[in-house]
Design a binder for this molecule. Sequence first.
Ligand SMILES: [Zn+2]
Length: 159
Amino acid sequence: MARGQEEAIVYKGRIRMPYNWAVGETGSFFLNKIKDDCQIWATKCTECEKVFLPPRRNCPYCFFPPTNWIQLSGNGVLTNYTKVHYHEPALHSQDPPFIYGMFRLDGADTSLVHLLGEIDETDLQEGIRVEPVFNEERTGHIKDIKYFRPESLSHKEGS
Ligand SMILES: [Zn+2]
């Protein structure tokens, strides 16, 4: 028998591997600003002036240290999205279906992946303006941002 003609045998298994992961100085500053102040901060390269969100300590284009912190408004644009129809283990509290989006916040050159909420699916399209919604109780996790929602919803609440 020639190599590669055998029926492949596949065993199913599951590995549970709890671990701790230090987010570092940059990640800690970013998450603490969300937790303590409901603010979203990005880093800006001092050489090429690209603005990174999620923040990066060093610019991946010119490797020029350091980057500086800048505060963003938190509002921006939905650049892409996908609807998830299955249970996602990383999002224990999120029942499917739900929507992941890529959000280019005003002033940033990169996009942040997060959840999109409070949206009528007839309004779902790339390019809509969004704003962050923060959880009342925050723990220093990216999920302290509950999700992004269409920007016009806050205007409706205020009127
Ligand atoms: Zn740069």
